[in-house]
Design a protein around this ligand. Structure first.
Ligand SMILES: [Ca+2]
Length: 534
């Protein structure tokens, strides 16, 4: 039985804010509401043809019919996968095979280094600064401006797709009475599945959050939420409609903490220091104090705690093991696509919502504007997509929405802030001037071009890194006059819309008042003299 989406999230967010854990992890029934899409085939045909005009790719699609879409989301997976080379011990044979038959975006970045704002951005096609969604709350559907905003899933549904969703695609699923408006079928919720009777690691600082746990313990693969999600997704492929294309969205939970897996998944991994990220990544260097404000007081332990409690290797090993486990579940889904004869007419899109630190920059977790938090797996395979290609151009998860509209012949609503990736799916080396922009809380942005990363914080402090010579971001060049022009070039891409936090914003929300030079983290004032929490 899977954990209830809402209860699990609430448990995470309440504990993250330092509240008592008043909400347990309730068991949820499978959400089985279903509403058939009633669009006529005539409407579908009209919408599809209207969008395919002038597009060579969609002309090809038109002959073969619109592709099915399998949208695979992974939670908190950084670049420790084979195609991105983030860790030599990463073992992801199934993601590797998907990469071989598609295009890998090796310089892809999330719009926010946190679940809710990242997923809200991907689903709405809007940047965090344009929605005011920066924290783990609110759900964007509670905001009047976004209550009826068409999501990616709704746009494809409107164009004739049957849409089915399982696991974690939304950070918070809409309330039950509004779910039928989102997709045709809701599958299982998300969660880790079976848990050990007690935490496997010592109590962690900053609240001893129940999700801060990792390691092997005896249980079956089938006990895990991600296994059950893959089973459901494979079944849905078999039951696909005969008269329309299917959009199947499956959102996997691991390697999000708690990183538990059955012992067999750890067997291939060593237990020594080869598990650890490169030493160069640990450097924090001469950084603006404001960089600490973005992850001021969180349940994710700092590197200091991991070292003192001999948990650093265990965390890295567990993260790698859980990544291999989730890769195997994705493999089951890819096998099902092949077995159903759908490979040639199915667009597979795989992404993670943001990266994850495992000691880099002295912390674990996300909530930063560095490469470790912003770089994400993003790859696509299927009709019209070049095979075995690697694109080094900076791209954004924001681009997924217009890309799918483009490839699937669905009208894209006005105002989407990303662009279709079709040019780079055809030719990975096509030119692109747009950088990738990540935002974390109001007025803090990273601008990632092919070579550089500029970080501009709300208090005016900046960081600049040259990825050509400094891939681990150890030397902040922002203060050097030689780089004034580079900084200016990147600053011109900073988003001009920076809405204040939306009503109901909570959990990991930071604000800053330039008049007083005071920041506020989770309702607590933070000054230049406040000691950094550990
Ligand atoms: Ca996440």
């Amino acid at each position: 039985m899977l954990y209830c989406t809402d209860a699990w999230c609430r448990c995470l967010t309440l504990r993250a804010s330092g509240w008592p854990a008043v909400v347990g992890r309730g068991k949820s029934p499978r959400v089985t509401s279903s509403a058939g899409c009633s669009l006529s085939s005539v409407l579908w045909f009209w919408a599809f043809c209207a969008c395919g005009l002038g597009s060579g790719l969609t002309s090809t699609v038109a002959k073969a019919g619109p592709p099915h879409v399998v949208l695979i989301a992974i939670d908190d997976l950084n670049d420790w996968i084979g195609p991105l080379g983030g860790h030599p011990l990463a073992h992801t044979p199934n993601i590797d095979r998907l990469a071989r038959r598609g295009t890998v975006f090796a310089n892809a970045h999330c719009q926010a280094p946190l679940c809710n704002p990242s997923r809200s951005s991907l689903l709405t096609g809007l940047r965090p600064g344009s929605t005011g969604v920066y924290g783990l709350a609110p759900s964007f559907r509670t905001l009047p401006a976004l209550a009826r905003h068409p999501t990616l899933l709704q746009s494809l549904r409107q164009a004739g797709y049957r849409t089915e969703l399982g696991g974690k695609i939304f950070h918070q699923a809409p309330v039950p009475q509004e779910r039928d408006a989102e997709v045709d079928l809701w599958g299982p919720g998300f969660g880790p599945g079976k848990q050990p009777a007690a935490k496997l690691i010592p109590p962690t600082p900053m609240g001893n959050h129940p999700a801060m746990d990792w390691g092997p313990f005896p249980h079956a693969d089938a006990d895990k939420g991600d296994y059950q999600l893959a089973t459901w997704a494979c079944e849905r492929l078999k039951l696909r409609p005969a008269d329309r294309p299917l959009l199947l969205a499956a959102g996997f939970f691991l390697p999000h903490v708690p990183c538990h897996a059955p012992p067999a998944w750890f067997a291939r991994l060593p237990t020594d220091d080869t598990l650890l990220p490169p030493a160069a990544t640990l450097v924090r260097g001469e950084l603006p104090r404001f960089s600490w404000y973005l992850h001021w007081n969180l349940p994710e332990p700092r590197l200091k705690w991991l070292r003192e409690h001999d948990q650093w290797r265990n965390l890295c090993r567990s993260y790698l093991a859980c990544t291999t486990f989730v890769d195997a579940q994705i493999g089951r889904l890819l096998d099902a696509i092949d077995e159903q004869g759908l490979t040639d007419n199915t667009l597979v899109v795989l992404f993670s919502d943001h990266g994850f630190h495992l000691g880099e920059k002295q912390i674990s977790g996300k909530n930063t504007l560095w490469e470790r938090s912003t770089r994400v797996p993003l790859m696509m395979a299927g009709p019209g997509v070049a095979a075995g290609a690697v694109c080094q151009r900076p791209v954004e998860l924001l681009d997924v929405y217009p890309t799918l509209c483009d490839l699937c012949g669905a009208p894209a609503p006005a105002g989407l802030e990303g662009v279709s990736l079709r040019p780079w799916l055809v030719d990975a080396n096509a030119a692109r001037t747009r950088p990738a922009i990540t935002t974390h809380n109001r007025g803090n942005h990273a601008v990632r071009s092919e070579r550089w990363r500029l970080i501009a914080y709300a208090d005016g402090s900046e960081e600049l890194y040259d990825h050509a010579s400094d891939p681990h971001e150890t030397r902040n060049l922002a203060g050097l006059p030689d780089y004034a022009e580079v900084r200016a070039e990147h600053r011109r891409w900073l988003p001009q819309i920076n809405l204040p936090p939306a009503p109901g914003s909570a959990h990991r929300v930071l604000t800053y008042d330039p008049e007083t030079d005071l920041a506020t983290w989770e309702g607590t004032a933070v000054s230049r003299e406040s000691p950094i929490p550990e």
